[in-house]
Design a protein around this ligand. Structure first.
Ligand SMILES: *Cc1c(COP(=O)(O)O)cnc(C)c1O
Length: 370
């Protein structure tokens, strides 16, 4: 007898399609018969300079301990984070990437039929996780591509369990001010869990940009999610964290798999936090790269969405689609991200690379649009 395993999956999972990551460099190199060095990947918002030397040294040293389980409580990383963020270790939850934190929230708080409020064009993981649990995704129309926090607050009902905010948002690079977030938090009932996903907060230099951690004292229903995958250059290590009230952290830690963060990630993350010069350098390189790309878009007559992250979404001419431009760029050895699956078929997202990578991308873009 042949079994239809899809029918065995829970209903929420049956309708899902897997998350679409950026295309890996080695995959494109194989397809084009090119060397990996000849490929430029600007598709996943990674730090183009890689991690700091201090991180690599710390990880090398950790090699000797490979036979041991990692510290499941993450003592050293929590100590480093708590002193930097001015919170207690009991307020922290460590994740295998911050995606893990998002998963804990949904697993702990969302059941069949519960509503989860997200913004249009928001990071797709929120709805993927919600639907897998049988939750109902309530998508609120965007305002100039960004989160409309007034409309999102108004979308909260007595069925709402969780709201996901991304500040700045991905793939749009839009952001919300301190006043907007504060008003939102004051409007939303205290029994709705609000996740403030700050995966790109380190890049933001706007004076009115809020630090989510500073809001925690006022809002015990708030969870701030951050990651080492972006500015710290540790995407492959898979390490992120949640900061919240101790009560919410306790609940998330109940669903956290034991040893979810490996030893290399634990020591690498500590070393990354301590290397502030590297962080500053990465932020500056990003600012310069963003200026280069946006000036070039303007010169080419391409609209783009002003971004405070390490990526920018630009609009392709009406004669082509984002996916077509993506495919043409692939043939030039440049990997970017089409975002049709985020409801933006005329847009392409490009991560800020090194200066050389940015220039290679611009040259290829000019060629494929000619
Ligand atoms: C990259 C990203 C994350 C975190 O990814 P991890 O690698 O799992 O830490 C979370 N939210 C958004 C919006 C992101 O872009």
């Amino acid at each position: 007898m042949s079994v239809d395993f899809l029918q065995l999956a829970v209903p929420g999972v049956r309708g899902l399609s897997p998350y679409q990551p950026g295309k890996p460099i080695d995959e494109l190199a194989r397809e084009l018969g090119l060397k990996e060095e000849d490929i430029v990947k600007l598709a996943s918002n990674e730090n183009p300079m890689g991690p700091s030397a201090a991180v690599k040294a710390a990880m090398n040293e950790e090699m000797a301990e490979m036979t041991r389980y990692p510290d499941g409580a993450g003592f050293a990383l929590k100590a480093e984070l708590s002193s930097r963020l001015n919170v207690t270790p009991a307020q922290l939850t460590l994740g295998n990437g911050s995606s893990d934190i998002l998963d804990f929230v949904v697993r702990a708080f969302v059941d069949n039929g519960d509503e989860v409020v997200v913004s249009e064009h928001a990071f797709s993981i929120y709805s993927l996780l919600t639907r897998a649990k049988g939750g109902v995704v309530v998508e609120v129309p965007a305002l100039n591509f960004g989160h409309d926090l007034v409309a999102m607050a108004a979308a909260v009902t007595d069925k709402t369990r969780v709201v996901f905010l991304t500040n700045p948002s991905n793939p749009t690079g839009t952001w919300n001010t301190r006043a907007e977030v504060l008003t939102f938090m004051q409007t939303v009932p205290a029994n709705v869990v609000v996740v403030l996903d700050e995966a790109y907060c380190e890049f933001v230099e706007e004076a009115e940009y809020p630090d989510g951690v500073e809001l925690l004292a006022q809002f015990p229903n708030l969870i701030v999610a951050r990651t080492f995958s972006k500015v710290y250059g540790l995407a492959s290590l898979r390490v992120g964290y949640g900061v919240s009230s101790p009560e919410l952290a306790d609940i998330m830690n109940r669903v956290r798999p034991p040893f979810n963060v490996n030893s290399y990630a634990l020591v690498g993350a500590v070393a990354a936090l301590r290397d502030e010069a590297y962080l500053q350098m990465s932020v500056k390189a990003n600012r310069d790269g963003m200026a280069l790309l946006t000036a070039a878009f303007a010169e080419m007559g391409l609209d783009y969405i002003p971004s405070v992250g390490n990526f920018v979404a630009f609009r392709v001419p009406d004669s082509v689609t984002g996916i077509e431009v993506y495919q043409k760029l692939l043939r030039e050895g440049v990997i970017v991200r089409p975002i049709a699956n985020y409801g933006m078929p005329q847009y392409v997202r490009v991560s800020i690379g090194t200066d050389a990578e940015n220039r290679t991308f611009l040259k290829a873009l000019a060629k494929v649009l000619a």
